[in-house]
Design a protein around this ligand. Structure first.
Ligand code: FES
Ligand SMILES: [Fe+2]
Length: 428
C-alpha cells in the first residue's frame, strides 16, 4: 500500500516531475525503425513523457525528435512537407532541420538573423536493433547508447513489437515483475502457445502454484527469484531481472527465444508496452518469427494500420466466456500479452495503491517501488544518477534454473544472470 503522494510520485512522468526526470536520464525506445522507413518519409507524431513531439527522417537519413508545433503560430508540423533536409510548415513556410533549428523564415531577409534565434525543443533519436531510441534529458549528461542484449545481437536473432496500453506505466511494469500470476492467468497458454510450449519448466509452473519469492538488489535494480518445487527436494527458480525504470525480462523456457518488456509512458494514463523476443546465440526460426508476427507469445494482433491491440477495452478484449469455462484460457482473453493488458487496464488509468492489500508474492513490486522512489528523490534533490543508466547495469539476463535447496539463487546463478557472448541462456 502506498500513500497518495507516493503513488503520485511514482506515476507522474511529465516535464519537471521527479519520475519524469528519472525517465529522462535514460535512452528510451520511442519508435520502431519501420515507422520511419525511408528518407523524407512522412513524419510520425510521438507523445512521450507527456510531451508532444514529431519524429522526422530527413533527406540524408538523419533522425530527430522535435517539438510537434511550429514556433511561428503553433501549427502541427505533422502536416508539414518533409523536403530537402528539413520539415517545412505548410502554413507560412518556416523550415526546421531534424535538430529543431529554424533554417528558413521566408518572410524575413536572412541578414536580420531572425531565423537563427528560433529553435524548437529537440532530442536525439538513434537507431539501434531496429528501434529508434530517444534521449530526452540534459544534452550535457547524455549517457552511452543502450547495451540491452536484445538490441545488440544480430537482427536475425531478435524481434521487437510495441502495443498501446491504455493505463499508467507503473501498473503495467508491476505485472512484469509479478511472476506469481503466470501459474494462474497464463496457465492455459504454457502448453499451447508455440513460443512457450514443450519446456520442462512449464510443468513446475503448473504443478506448484504457490511460489516463494526471494528478491535481491542488483546494480541496476532487482533480481526477483520465484522458487517452485522440483524433483528430489530441489527448487525450480525463475529469475526476473528488473532494471530501472522499466525494463524486465521474463525467465526463459527450454530453447525458446527469451522475451521481455519496456513500459514507456506516453502520458500518465497511457504507455507503450514494448515486447522483445531474442535468442542469444542463434537466429530465430521462420516458424518462431511468424508466430511473433501473428501475435503469439508476448506479442499481439493489431487494429489494422495502428499499434492498438485488436482486442482492447472497447470490445472487452474479445473475452470468450466459453473458453474461460472450458479452461482453454484462464481468463477467456486470448494471448499472453492481452491477458496481462486487459487486467492491468481494468485497474483504471492509474491504479489506486492506497487501497491494495499486498502479500509476500508482491515483494518484488514493493522493493521496486521503494528503489524507484529513492532514486527519483536522489536525482531530483541531489542530481545523483539513478541505477540503470550505466551500460553495465543493462547487460543482464533472465534465467530459469534448478538448484539444490541450500544454494541462494543470487550466488548460484550469478553467471546465468549476466550477458555472456556466445553462451546460450540458462533455461529449463
Ligand atoms: S504557423 Fe508555421 S509557418 Fe506560420
Ligand atoms: Fe503476464
Amino acid at each position: 500500500m502506498l500513500r497518495q503522494e507516493q503513488n503520485d510520485l511514482l506515476t507522474q512522468t511529465g516535464p519537471g516531475t521527479p519520475m519524469g526526470k528519472l525517465f529522462r536520464r535514460n535512452w528510451i525506445p520511442a519508435l520502431l525503425a519501420e515507422e520511419l522507413p525511408e528518407n523524407d518519409c512522412p513524419p510520425v507524431r510521438v507523445t512521450l513523457l507527456s510531451e508532444r513531439l514529431l519524429a522526422v527522417r530527413d533527406s540524408q537519413g538523419r533522425y530527430g525528435l522535435i517539438d510537434e508545433f511550429c514556433a511561428h503560430r503553433g501549427v502541427s508540423l505533422w502536416y508539414g512537407r518533409n523536403e530537402e533536409n528539413g520539415i517545412r510548415c505548410p502554413y507560412h513556410g518556416w523550415k526546421y532541420d531534424v535538430e529543431g533549428r529554424c533554417v528558413e523564415v521566408p518572410s524575413e531577409p536572412p541578414e536580420t538573423g531572425f531565423c537563427d534565434r528560433i529553435r524548437l525543443t529537440n532530442y536525439p533519436l538513434v537507431e539501434l536493433g531496429g528501434i529508434l531510441w530517444a534521449y530526452m534529458g540534459a544534452p550535457d549528461r547524455r549517457p552511452a547508447l543502450p547495451e540491452w542484449e536484445f538490441a545488440r545481437v544480430p537482427q536475425s536473432q531478435s524481434y521487437t513489437s510495441k502495443r498501446l496500453q491504455e493505463c499508467n506505466w507503473l501498473q503495467a511494469m508491476e505485472g512484469g515483475i509479478d511472476s506469481s500470476h503466470v501459474s494462474w492467468l497464463h496457465r492455459g497458454n504454457l502448453n499451447s502457445d508455440p513460443l512457450f510450449k514443450g519446456a520442462k519448466g512449464n510443468q513446475y509452473n503448473l504443478s506448484d502454484t504457490k511460489p516463494i519469492f526471494d528478491v535481491v538488489e542488483a546494480e541496476g535494480g532487482l533480481f526477483i527469484g520465484a522458487r517452485r518445487n522440483a524433483e528430489d527436494g530441489n527448487y525450480y527458480w525463475r529469475i526476473t531481472p528488473w532494471v530501472m525504470p522499466s525494463f524486465t525480462m521474463v525467465p526463459p523456457r527450454g530453447d525458446h527465444p527469451v522475451h521481455g518488456h519496456f513500459w514507456i509512458p506516453i502520458d500518465d494514463h497511457n504507455c507503450w508496452a514494448w515486447s522483445f523476443d531474442y535468442h542469444p546465440v542463434r537466429d530465430l526460426t521462420p516458424t518462431e518469427l511468424q508466430a511473433m508476427k501473428d501475435g503469439k507469445g508476448v506479442h499481439v494482433r493489431y487494429v489494422p494500420g495502428t499499434y492498438r491491440p485488436l482486442a482492447n477495452k472497447d470490445n472487452d478484449y474479445l473475452i470468450d466466456r466459453a473458453a474461460q469455462k472450458a479452461g482453454h484460457s484462464y481468463s477467456g482473453v486470448e494471448g499472453i500479452g492481452m491477458q496481462d493488458a486487459s487486467l492491468q487496464e481494468s485497474m483504471g488509468p492509474i491504479a489506486d495503491r492506497t487501497r491494495e492489500n499486498l502479500t509476500s508474492t508482491d515483494n518484488g513490486i514493493v522493493m521496486a517501488r521503494m528503489r524507484l522512489m529513492k532514486a527519483a528523490r536522489m536525482l531530483d534533490e541531489k542530481g545523483i544518477d539513478p541505477p540503470g543508466v550505466l551500460p553495465e547495469h543493462q547487460r543482464v539476463r533472465s534465467a530459469a534454473v534448478i538448484l539444490p535447496p541450500t544454494k541462494p539463487f543470487a550466488e548460484a546463478a550469478r553467471d546465468a544472470l549476466r550477458v555472456r557472448e556466445g553462451v546460450p541462456q540458462s533455461s529449463v
